[in-house]
Design a protein. Structure first.
Length: 213
């Protein structure tokens, strides 16, 4: 099953050198890679939501390239649009959960992530709360679709964590410096799967902190 690695929260939580001591300031290091993506056929059906409605392909602005390949069919364009919208929701939930990790975010996370990804993220948020830590600010994304298969959309992204911070229990920043090996503006990738009820969920999201973009 897939694990999820999230820029503004999981990498910083999992890689703090002394997470048992929430009052200790430390420097996180880049996260490890996640495991392979969940097969769309292996994820459970969720309760239908508004994300199950596939959008009608919009008319492109000729001055702005679409964030998906030019050779997609109208149906694939609709899938790409749905996956991109869900991915943006996923990142927004990450920002909100990191800011108030003591809340129960299970329901909101379930609406944007597969079961395995949800479990990993809920665990990371719980660890953040236990350590008295939290995030501030927000993460900027610039995602684009690089592949569309039945029930699966592959996304690449340029994540910018410059406006996000990670604080210890005393409110001190423990965010790693922007330097080689840990770039605030870095490459990322994600795979979004379609469930049996037609809704979309992030199955895996991996940040490559060592590769700037």
């Amino acid at each position: 099953m897939a694990a999820v690695v999230v820029a503004a929260l999981v990498a910083l939580v999992a890689c703090t050198s002394n997470p048992a001591d929430p009052g200790t300031s430390s420097t996180p290091v880049p996260p490890a890679s996640a495991s392979p993506v969940v097969s769309p056929s292996s994820v459970p059906t969720s309760t239908p939501s508004s994300s199950s409605v596939k959008p009608t392909p919009s008319v492109a602005d000729p001055t702005t390239p679409n964030p998906w390949p030019d050779n997609l069919t109208p149906e694939q364009v609709a899938d790409a649009q749905a996956a991109l919208a869900l991915y943006a929701q996923f990142q927004a939930v990450i920002d909100r959960a990191g800011a108030t990790p003591s809340r129960d975010w299970s329901t909101e996370i379930e609406g944007v992530a597969t079961a395995a990804a949800k479990n990993d993220l809920v665990l990371a948020i719980a660890q953040t709360a236990e350590n008295g830590q939290r995030t501030t600010g927000s993460t900027a994304i610039s995602p684009s679709v690089v592949g569309v298969e039945p029930g699966l959309v592959k996304i690449v992204d340029c994540v910018d964590a410059s406006a996000a911070d990670f604080l210890d229990s005393s409110g001190n920043s423990i965010k790693a410096p922007d330097a080689p090996g840990y770039y605030y503006r870095h490459s990322a990738s994600a795979q979004v799967v379609e469930l049996q009820d037609g809704t979309w969920r992030v199955a895996i999201a991996v940040d490559d902190w060592a590769t700037p973009c």
